[in-house]
Write a protein that binds this ligand. Structure first.
Ligand code: NAI
Length: 865
């Protein structure tokens, strides 16, 4: 064999080589050119007696095969003599195989000191003595190979082998350290845990197995580990019966508490699952690697504290897995019923909260807490708690709630929720406060709702941590409330609310359960009272009681309410957009909601439309498919390229889309017809629907009639005219594609496509600001306009008031204007450039409400050009 592993010139000691594994190793070394010292005491398997016969016989076998060997009859306890024998016979030493061994198997209960000591002496002390004597020679020559013989009994434990297991794993530790110390000197040390048929195993293993487990299946590993070309060091191997494998340590990722806080046995108990979880594990291979997590922990700095319920270091800032949810009109309306809306079923302000077909149908803003609640319930249901929080829900009380809407809630939505632990406060003996923040984004990736839920965790405080803000704020002023709403809560309200909110806690339905919690009967959900309160404040304090002005609500749940109680909401206007309020139960004169406030928007916020050509943001990638603007542009293409297609239509339509909001006019009253963004002419009928439903309708995914009867499509004005929209079917995918291309190609283009002629507008700068600016300076032109005119400019929107009498030009609204002129920004520019007001009027591009005579003065604007 050309690349045969040879040991020519090497001197090898194999202890206990008179039989079994040792003999097999010695024969292999001898056959491969080594000079072998065959050591064996020649005693019995239990450490009794001695003789030279066993060693001599193996020496003979090696010599007979053409090898070189000498015998050594010393006990391994006299290791120096064995080493000396090698030096005497061959003048050097390269390899030591510590193999000699005995057994004194007996259960620990019956084990004697002699059993323990003798096993220790042969295996541990013997391996030590031989290696100790050999070590200086190996070090000095900067070359050596050492093998220790351990056992599975030591690695895993085995009945009746306490002494033996101790010795064998002791050898493994011994070898591991020698491996570290010898490495630099070229001395490599490894350990084997063999299995072989020998006199040591013949008493415990069946005869055929003893025969099958030939020691010759172990020796090849020993030979390889002892070869000069093998660089393995500090390894532990299981070997036998044809199998060769390496062992290593595996350690769980474990649980780390920052130092600087008390760590109790209860902490360990509550972290036990994590401590023993091998799901995430590592394999430290050295003392340094072993110390790594400990050193890393020390570097993280002092702990923020915690106890067995709350580990602040771990929990604070931790994120919960993302959850998705959706709601529709039914959820919105049911929720409103759940918080007492609709008791006056004919009041428009009530009906719009519960009747999805109502023209003003609006979600009650406090519904914004429901998707957040779903996240928490969903997680709880799946047993998911933020890391570091280890308390049962029985300890949890909803303490405070803050809900903020970025804009009015759409009537239906698909949401993605991100929740994280925002704050943790230690309230001492009584408990702790855990604040969970939840951000809910719509399908465009815009934040729609932001919630903060503060939970009071009974008995979970007291680690000496941060106490949090001392006062909750929003204290009512001393004066009498500016408004009060009193409302009786029907006895079945909790039963209705639980179904409409998804909060199925039996505390609100099950009398026995409620009793067990110390209540006379089921209590009302805190968030149900929250909904009542929100409704009360909105009805009194929002402009015209319109819920769409709602910005945020903050409450503290002070005491529980029973279904059947009468709730009194007292409110104080504490700023133009801020209302402080509190709720009491009338009969008990108890404050049930305290430190509460509602903020209102100055004007109803709109969804921000994103320009199509704006740089992509991670939250809302530019749509890859067509947008509604593309569809309208394609309709424009249809009308301009197929004259006559709109001949029999004869109406103007307005499409009022929501989510995102946009208004489009399709005017097919005369000529080829035109499509434009904004309300360019007074339409015969208006179709209101969501952008998504409109797209589904155009792509055939949704049927207009079904949308109509499902309440998703509202038609106002001449409903019959909507029948004429059938011509839209003639828009081809190719037209839509061209419209999309046009959008992509026009740099800085707005959502309105650039190419869709004749009416869809190309991107251009708004003309109104500059025009009205000029008008301010042109007193004669202002005078020529002859009265007080309200200009409403569309695309982009602007409002200006020109008062000829006062000689003023101001942005804004004037309810006392004599006439309102509604005109698109680009048509206004055309007018200033000398365009005909009459022509615009006739084409429906100029709308005049009020004193029509003043409209003819508009052409004076051309003097600005
Ligand atoms: P074995 O009994 O055939 O070989 C051990 C040899 O060591 C014997 O020849 C014995 O005379 C010699 N010896 C005992 N005390 C001595 C001393 N004080 N000084 C010098 N020589 C001494 O048994 P086997 O199975 O070949 O065992 C070899 C090694 O492998 C032992 O360390 C044993 O513990 C270990 N081992 C064996 C396993 C097996 O399945 N055979 C399993 C695990 C470990």
């Amino acid at each position: 064999m050309a690349d045969e592993l040879r040991f020519d010139g090497r001197v090898v000691i194999v202890t206990g080589a008179g039989g079994g594994l040792g003999r097999s190793h010695a024969l292999l070394f001898g056959a491969r050119g080594a000079k072998v010292v065959v050591n064996d005491l020649g005693g019995g398997a239990h450490g009794d007696g001695k003789s030279s016969a066993m060693a001599d016989q193996v020496v003979e076998e090696i010599r007979a095969a053409g090898g070189e060997a000498v015998a050594s009859y010393d006990s391994v306890e006299d290791g120096d003599k064995i080493v000396q024998a090698a030096l005497d016979a061959f003048g050097r030493l390269d390899v030591v195989v510590n193999n000699a061994g005995i057994l004194r198997d007996v259960s620990f209960h019956k084990m004697t000191d002699a059993d323990w000591d003798l096993v220790y002496r042969v295996h541990v002390r013997g391996s030590y003595a031989v290696t100790k004597a050999a070590w200086p020679h190996l070090r000095d020559q900067e070359y050596g190979r050492v093998v220790m013989t351990a056992s599975a009994a030591g690695i895993y434990g085995n009945f009746g082998q306490a002494n033996y297991a101790m010795a064998k794993l002791g050898l493994t530790g011994f070898a591991n350290t020698l491996a570290v110390e010898g490495r630099k000197r070229g001395v490599l040390v490894n350990t084997i845990a063999p299995i072989a048929g020998s006199r040591l195993t013949e008493t415990v293993l069946p005869e055929e197995l003893v025969r099958a487990l030939d020691p010759a299946y172990v020796s090849p590993l020993v030979a390889w580990l002892c070869h000069e070309s093998c660089e393995e060091n500090g390894g532990l191997f299981e070997v036998g019966g044809g199998y060769f494998g390496k062992l290593r340590w595996e350690r769980t990722a474990g649980k780390t508490y920052r130092v600087g806080r008390a760590i109790t046995p209860e902490d360990v108990r509550s972290a036990w699952k994590t401590i023993v979880d091998f799901g995430a594990s590592e394999h430290p291979g050295s003392i340094n690697e072993s110390m790594q997590p400990i050193m890393a922990n020390l570097q993280r700095g002092p702990s923020k504290g915690g106890n067995q319920f709350i580990d602040v270091d771990e929990a604070l800032g931790a994120e919960l897995p993302e959850v998705r949810s959706s709601y529709d009109e039914k959820d919105v309306a049911l929720y409103a019923l759940g918080v007492g809306a609709g008791t006056d079923p004919v009041a428009p302000s009530e009906l719009r909260l519960v009747y999805e077909m109502d023209a003003g149908f609006t979600a009650l803003p406090t519904f914004g807490v429901i998707p957040a609640l779903k996240v928490l319930m969903e997680n709880a249901k799946n047993g998911i708690q933020a890391p570091g929080l280890n308390y049962g829900f029985d300890r949890l009380l909803h303490g405070e709630q803050y809900t903020e809407l970025k804009r009015p809630l759409p009537r239906n939505a698909k949401l993605r929720h991100r929740a994280w632990i925002k704050d943790i406060f230690d309230k001492g003996e009584k408990g702790a406060v855990v604040v969970t923040a939840i951000e809910s984004r719509d399908e465009q990736g815009d934040v729609l709702i932001y919630n903060e839920s503060s939970a009071f965790i009974r008995g979970a405080g007291g680690w000496g941590g941060e106490r949090g803000p001392a006062s909750a704020g929003n204290e009512p002023p001393a004066r009498a409330p500016d408004a009060v709403v009193e409302e009786h809560i029907p006895p079945h309200q909790a039963l209705l609310y639980r179904l409409s909110s998804g909060d199925w806690n039996p505390l609100h339905a099950d009398p026995a359960f409620a009793k067990a919690f110390g209540f006379d009967r089921p209590i009302l959900h805190g968030l149900c009272t929250f909904g009542y309160a929100g409704r009360h404040v909105i009805s009194k304090m929002a402009p015209e009681g319109d819920p769409r002005y709602f910005k945020s609500i903050k409450v503290r749940f002070a005491k529980n309410v029973y279904p059947g109680d009468t709730l009194v909401t007292e409110m104080w206007r504490e700023g133009p957009q801020r209302v402080v309020f509190r709720c009491k139960v009338k009969a008990r004169d108890e404050v049930v909601i305290s430190n509460a406030a509602i903020e209102l928007y100055e004007s109803i916020p709109k969804k921000q439309e994103k320009p199509a050509a704006a740089p992509e943001t991670a939250a809302a990638p530019a749509p890859s498919g067509p947008t509604s603007a593309d569809i309208f542009a394609a309709i424009g293409i249809l009308l301009s390229e197929q004259p006559g297609v709109g001949d029999k239509v004869g109406h103007a339509f307005q499409l009022a889309l929501t989510d995102p909001e946009s208004v489009w006019t399709i005017d097919v009253r005369s000529g080829n017809g035109a499509v434009a963004q904004g309300e360019t002419v007074k339409p015969d009928c208006t179709l209101a629907l969501s952008d998504a439903d409109f797209m589904d309708m155009c792509t055939g995914k949704a049927d207009a009639q079904k949308l109509y009867f499902g309440g998703q499509l509202k038609i106002t004005g001449n409903v019959m005219a909507s029948q004429k929209l059938g011509f839209l079917k003639k828009v081809t995918p190719e037209m839509v594609e061209r419209a999309m291309k046009a959008r992509g190609g026009a740099s800085g283009a707005s959502a309105a496509p650039a190419e869709a002629k004749p009416a869809a507008k190309p991107a251009r700068e708004a003309a109104a600001p500059a025009l009205f600016g000029k008008l301010k300076e042109a007193r004669d032109v202002v005078g020529a306009l002859g009265g007080k005119l309200q200009f409403r400019v569309t695309g982009p929107e602007a409002a200006w008031v020109v008062d000829a009498g006062a000689g003023t030009v101001e942005p804004g609204e004037a309810p006392d204007a004599a006439v309102t002129i509604t005109i698109a920004d680009e048509d206004l520019a055309a007018l200033a450039a000398g365009g005909s007001a009459r022509a615009l009027f006739q084409h429906g591009k100029l709308r005049v409400d009020g004193d029509v005579r003043l409209a003819k003065n508009l052409e004076a604007l051309s003097r600005l050009g």
